[in-house]
Ligand binder design. Sequence first.
Ligand SMILES: *[C@@H]1O[C@H](CO)[C@@H](O)[C@H](O)[C@H]1NC(C)=O
Ligand SMILES: *[C@@H]1O[C@H](CO)[C@@H](O)[C@H](O)[C@H]1NC(C)=O
Ligand SMILES: *[C@@H]1O[C@H](CO)[C@@H](O)[C@H](O)[C@H]1NC(C)=O
Ligand SMILES: *[C@@H]1O[C@H](CO)[C@@H](O)[C@H](O)[C@H]1NC(C)=O
Ligand SMILES: *[C@@H]1O[C@H](CO)[C@@H](O)[C@H](O)[C@H]1NC(C)=O
Ligand SMILES: *[C@@H]1O[C@H](CO)[C@@H](O)[C@H](O)[C@H]1NC(C)=O
Ligand SMILES: *[C@@H]1O[C@H](CO)[C@@H](O)[C@H](O)[C@H]1NC(C)=O
Ligand SMILES: *[C@@H]1O[C@H](CO)[C@@H](O)[C@H](O)[C@H]1NC(C)=O
Length: 906
Amino acid sequence: MELDLMLRLLLIGTLVSDIWTEDRPGSMRSECLGNFLRITLSAEYFEDKYLSFSAVDQFGIAWEIDEAMASQCGYTVTYSYWGNAEFRASALSCHSQSEKDVFTVTIQIKASHTPDMKNAATHLKSASCHYGPWSPRELICEKNYMEVSVRREVPQTVHDFIQDEPEDWALAFPEAKTGESSIWQIVFHQPEEKKALLVTDAWHAGYGLNTTDTRILLRIPYSAAQIQLVKARGITFSAVRSSTFYKQRWMILMVDTAVACPVDGVDYTNKTITWTVPKYIQPLSAGATSFKDVLVEAGVDLHKLSAKEMVSRKYSLSNDLDTITIKIPIGAEGGYYKTSVNSEQYGAKYSINLFLEHQWEDNKWGLTKHTIIKEIETPFEHVELAITNNTNLSTRLMNVTVGMFLPDVELVNLTFEGATVTVLEAIQHGYVTHENRYANGSKTYAIQVPFDAASIKKEYTREDIRTYTLNVTLEFIIHPTSDTFTIPVITVSAVKDAVLPSARGFCNERSLYLIITRGNVDQNWLPFISNQHLTPEAAQKYNYSLSDNGTHLAVCVPFLSPHVDFEDIHPSGITASLHLTLKDGITLANRRDFSISCRFSPSELMQCLPNGTVVITAVKLVGIADVDTSLLVLRDRQCKPILVTEKTATFKFNVNTCGTSRTFNSTTMTYENDVLYFRPGSDMPVYQLKCVCWYTIKQTVDVQYESKNNPVPSIKPGFGSLALSLKLFKEKSFSDPYKESEYPVVKYLREALYFEVELLQSEDVRLELNLEDCWATNSQSSDSHPQWPILINGCENSEDSHRTIFHQVIYSPRVKFPQHLKRFEVRMFAFVQGTTLLQEQLYFHCRVVICSTMHQSSDSLCPRRCNPGKHRLDRSAESHLYGQASSGAVLFKKEKVTGRGEYVDF
Ligand SMILES: *[C@@H]1O[C@H](CO)[C@@H](O)[C@H](O)[C@H]1NC(C)=O
Ligand SMILES: *[C@@H]1O[C@H](CO)[C@@H](O)[C@H](O)[C@H]1NC(C)=O
Ligand SMILES: *[C@@H]1O[C@H](CO)[C@@H](O)[C@H](O)[C@H]1NC(C)=O
Ligand SMILES: *[C@@H]1O[C@H](CO)[C@@H](O)[C@H](O)[C@H]1NC(C)=O
Ligand SMILES: *[C@@H]1O[C@H](CO)[C@@H](O)[C@H](O)[C@H]1NC(C)=O
Ligand SMILES: *[C@@H]1O[C@H](CO)[C@@H](O)[C@H](O)[C@H]1NC(C)=O
Ligand SMILES: *[C@@H]1O[C@H](CO)[C@@H](O)[C@H](O)[C@H]1NC(C)=O
Ligand SMILES: *[C@@H]1O[C@H](CO)[C@@H](O)[C@H](O)[C@H]1NC(C)=O
C-alpha cells in the first residue's frame, strides 16, 4: 500500500526545528522487533492527514524520506488495514546510531490537512532497540529492499603485518576513502559480464552501502538494474550476486555480498494460503558444501509465533529437507479481509503480513540469518451482499437493509432518478440511512424511504394493487484507498391501495356526458373513444367538449357524432351510447372502460318544418355492419341524402316530393316516408326507417295580422304544426293588410271589411284551405256570446241582410299558393241589445278545413265547396284537418251610426 505519501526528494537535509508538537498519548507507538524498529501512527489521530517522514541524523538534521531514499536507506512506510501508518527502520538504516548492540532511530513526522503540507504539525520520535548478537551474515527481504550485512573480518595471518603509510595508500587507490575502513568498490556478477561500480556510482544507482565498526552493508532496491531473477524449486527469487571490496587498515579485502529474496511461491488453492520458500538457494550458498538448519521461525506482523500459537490459529509450518512451507487458512486470525472491487463486483481480499526467519550454518559463513517479510493478499473473491426487505406496510415505509460490509466501507452517496446526492442531502428527499455496526466491526446499512416519496415509482398492477418500486444506487467508498463501488437496490412492494378511476354519466336532449373521477393509478392513462385518442385537438375537431382539471375528466359528445354508437330505434326514441376507454399511456393496453347510454327523442333525428320541409337523419345501428350510409334512399329512390357520415345519412325534402304520403284526421295531418337500404341488385330493402310527421293546427294561435314573415317554427318530436291567419285588408285589392300597430281598426257601420284566411308557411301544393264557419263576437274569445254567423258550412248566412261576398284568390308575388287562401267581404255591423250598443268592438273567427286537392289513396278529397256553387258542404265520413283563426279587434265608429244606424239585434 504505497499511498499518497507526501514525499519529496530532498538533496539537502534541514535542521529539525525546535517547534514540534507534543505527541498525543497513544498517537504513536514504537516496537523493537528483532533487527527492526517499528513506529505505528494511530489512525485515530493521523487518518485523513497528509504525512511526511524524515530521518534525523546525529547532528539533528532531518532527511526527508521518499521512495528511493527509503529503499536505499532501509526505511519502509506502509498503511495498515485499520488506517494506521507504519514506519519501519532496519537496524542498519542510514541515520541510525549504533552503540554496541543498541541502535537508535530518530524520525520527524509532519502531518497536514493539505497536500502542500502547509500548517503541518511536526512530531519527533526517537526509539532505541537492542539487537544482538549479530550473525556473521544477515539477510533481510523487506517489502521495498533487500539487505545483506556481513561481518568484517581481518585474516588472523595478516593482523600484525601492518605499516603506517597512509599517503602511499591514497596514492595507490585514490578512489578508496581514507579512514579506518571503507568500501572501495562493488562488483556485480551478471551472467554475461561482471560490472564494477565505485561507491559513489553505486549510490547514484540506488544502492545503499556502508560500513560499521564490524560490518559491511549492502542494500538493494527491487528496481535495481543488476537484479536477476533466478529459479529455485520452481520459486522465483530476486537475486544479486556481488563482491564488495573494502579497505581494512592497509588491505583491500573482498567479501561476497550476494542476496536473494523470493518474489513468488504463494498459492491460494483449497481456501488456504500456501507459502513455499526453498532453503539453501544457490546464490546464497555458493562456496559452501555443508548445511545445517539452526532455526526456522515464522510469525505475523513481525511477531514470532510459538508452535502452540500456530496450532491455535490453524497455521502450519513445515520444515522439510529443501523447503519451508507455511499454510494459513484464508480468513485465519492474524490477517484481515479488506473490501475490493473487481469489474464492478463487490468482493474481498484477505491480507496477512507473514514473516519467516531461517538460520543455518554452513562451512563458508558459519551462521546465516535470513529474514523474509511477506505481505500476502489473496486474489479477489466475489462476496454476495444480502439486500433485506423490512418494508413495513402499516407505516408506509420502504425499509431495506444492505450488508454485510467490512469496516473499511462507508456509504457516501445515493443515486435515484438519475441524480446523485450525498447521504446528508438525501434526507431532504426522504432517504434516511443508518449504519448498523456489529461487534466485529462489520456493518450493514439500512435505507428508509416513505412510500410517498416522489422518487418511489408507483405502478398499478391489478385489482386494487399498486406496486411501489424503490430504485436507488448506493455509492460506497473504501478506506483508505478511496476506491468506490456501487450497489443497486431495487425493492418492489405490492400494496392494496389502488383507487381506480370511476365515472358518472348523464345526457341532456342533445349530448352524452361522462365525468370520470380520477383515481391514484391513472395519471398516465389516456382517454380514447372508439379508438380515437381524445386529445384537446381531437375534441376540437369533432366539436366535443373535454376538460381535465386534474381530479376530474369531463367529456361531452353530441349524440349525432361519429364516435357515438346507435343501438336501437324505437318509436319512443333512439338509444345512443358513448364508450370511453382509458388506455395505458405506454402499452396502450385497455385499463378501464366506461360507457353512457341514453335514449334520445326522435325529434333529434327528424324535423317537420311548417313549410313542409322534412329533415331526417337516418343512423346506422351497431350490428348492421354492411350498410353503406351513402346508399340510403327515400321511397323515391332518386332522393338521396344531402349529408353522409360513416354512421348517419341526412335527408332534406319537401312533403310534395320523394314519395311522401299524406293522411288526415280531424286533428292532424300525417306525412310519411321511409329511409330504405337496398343491396345492389335487390328490390327488397334490408333496412327501413319509417318517418312520420304529424302536423296539427296550432289551436291557440294568437294570430296577428301582421305576424313576422316567417315565424320561428316550433318543433315538437315527430310533429309539425301549421299556422292559420285571419287578416283584415284595407281594400278590395287585398294588397294592403292592416298592420299590428293599426289595431284596433275603426270602421263605420256598413263599411266593407275585407278578410283573408290563410294557411301560413305550408308549401304543399296539394293542400287546399276551405272555410267552414265564420262568425263575429264582441269579445276576443271565439266562443263568447253573443255571436253572429257570417258563413255557415262554407255558405253565406242567409239571414244576413248584407250577404257575405267571396273574392277569388289568384296567384301573385305575395300569394304563391292560391289554394291556401280564402277571401271574403262583409259589412260592418254592431251588436245591440234593445237600443243599447252592447260593445264597441268586434272580433271575427273562422273555422277552416284543410284537405287535399288530389285524390290519393290515403287522402280525403276536399268536400265540395259552397262558394262559388251554393251547395252545402257535404260532410262526408272522411276526416279532414280542422283549424281555426281569429282576427284582431274592429271598432265601431259611433258618430256615423247615429240616426242612420243599422243594428243587428238579437
Ligand atoms: C554509515 O554508517 C555510519 C555509522 O556506522 C553512519 O554514521 C553514516 O551516516 C552512514 N552513512 C550512510 C551514507 O549511510
Ligand atoms: C484441501 O484441504 C482438505 C482438508 O484440509 C484436504 O483434505 C484436501 O486434500 C485439500 N486439497 C487440496 C487439493 O489441497
Ligand atoms: C427497518 O428494519 C430494521 C430491520 O428489521 C428495523 O430494525 C428498523 O426498526 C426498521 N426501521 C423502521 C423505521 O421501521
Ligand atoms: C432504476 O433506475 C435506473 C436509472 O434511473 C433505470 O435505468 C432502471 O431501469 C431502473 N430500474 C427499474 C427496475 O426501475
Ligand atoms: C458523491 O456525490 C458528490 C456530488 O453529489 C460527488 O462530488 C462525489 O464525487 C460523489 N462521491 C462518490 C464517492 O461518488
Ligand atoms: C417487501 O416487503 C413488503 C412488506 O412486507 C412486501 O409487500 C413486498 O412484497 C416485499 N418485496 C419483496 C421484493 O420481497
Ligand atoms: C374538477 O371538476 C369537477 C367536476 O368537473 C369538480 O367537481 C371538482 O371540484 C373540480 N376540481 C378542481 C380541483 O377544480
Ligand atoms: C322551409 O323552411 C326551412 C327552414 O325555415 C328552410 O330551410 C327551407 O328552405 C324551406 N323550404 C322551402 C321549400 O322553402
